[in-house]
Design a protein. Structure first.
Ligand SMILES: [Zn+2]
Length: 318
């Protein structure tokens, strides 16, 4: 038996096959070239990676006990579909149906989940006390998850945690979601990369490489990148303040490329906390860097599957 996580991000498709205890058996990455607005070529790449993983799994004599498709985009509906993705220029896309059209071996129990929830759950398992946690990340857009008393808050429309769309700036730039002045419009990766002069690198080398370069420049104190980051970090800290008053977290975990910049966000956030000036210790909220970086969602998918299967061994005989 085996667990499969198939992940789609802004640059590539990653397939990870593991044992039931989460030990890696095979990992395949393939760049998809990001043809804007066209799901079909990207589904072809996903199906190619999936097919190779399933072939290898069969050759090992391992049947799938669990399969999660992870997508760096919001997911909603029944059955679940990708609602939109700005990095790929998508509207609604039924990824599971598209994969099934290309490979009939996609099992009926395959699930589709957004990366941010899985990444938050993975980071949560590494914390000593993360039962009340806000997870905020940026790589492909800005996303997150709110965890209250150990559980991810889904919301009435399963859209809770769309933290990139907290409207911050009155009368600000129109966002793709229809609101004005969302966090994404002042601190989203496209906005920051363009302002830092890295739009060309984004086009030529992809999002991951461009964000690596940006982070390096900020940490090295390069003036243009630093100025852009200073402005964005103020907005990120403000969004965290707003969220904190709604959720009252114990810890805030910053993921994606913000993990390496967590300190600069944490300083701004702490400076504005209520009663901070009076040093009220029990109001302390820790702002920490995520520890799993780019693999957080993949680990979240695999660890979640492992825990489900071990918690209900009857599923293993599916
Ligand atoms: Zn928005």
């Amino acid at each position: 038996m085996a667990i499969l996580a198939l992940q789609l991000d802004a640059d590539q498709v990653t397939g990870l096959l593991t044992t039931l205890t989460g030990e890696p058996l095979l990992r395949i990455n393939e760049h998809h070239g990001r043809p804007m607005g066209r799901p079909e070529p990207i589904l072809d790449v996903m199906a190619s990676v999936l097919g190779r993983i399933l072939d290898a799994s069969e050759a090992m004599g391992r049947r799938l006990a669990d399969m999660t498709v992870v997508v760096f985009a919001p997911v909603g509906g029944h059955p679940p579909v990708v609602i939109a993705d700005t990095d790929l220029g998508w509207g609604t896309v039924d990824l599971l149906a598209g994969l099934r059209q290309r490979d009939s071996r996609v099992p009926p129990f395959a699930r589709l989940l957004p990366d941010s929830i899985l990444a938050a759950q993975a980071e949560l398992t590494l914390l000593e006390d993360g039962r009340d946690m806000i997870y905020l990340k940026s790589n492909s857009g800005i996303g997150g998850a709110v965890i209250v008393d150990g559980a991810v808050v889904a919301g009435a429309h399963e859209l809770a945690g769309a933290l990139g769309h907290i409207p911050l700036v009155p009368g600000g730039v129109l966002c793709g979601c229809g609101q004005r002045g969302c966090l994404d419009t002042v601190a989203g990766p496209d906005v920051i990369l363009r302002a830092a002069g890295l739009a060309g690198l984004l086009e030529s080398d992809g999002l991951t490489a461009a964000l690596d370069e940006l982070t390096g420049r900020i940490l090295a104190g390069e003036p243009r990148a630093s100025a852009v980051w200073d402005a964005a970090a103020e907005w990120i800290a403000r969004a965290l303040q707003i969220l904190s008053m709604a959720v009252d977290p114990k810890v805030i975990v910053l993921g994606g490329y913000w993990a390496r910049l967590a300190e600069s966000i944490g300083i701004r956030y702490a400076a504005s906390r209520p009663l901070a000036a009076m040093g009220v210790a029990w109001l302390q909220v820790d702002v920490v860097a995520g520890r799993l970086e780019g693999d957080a969602a993949l680990f979240g998918a695999v660890w979640g599957a492992r825990d489900r299967l071990l918690g209900d061994p009857l599923q293993i005989s599916i």
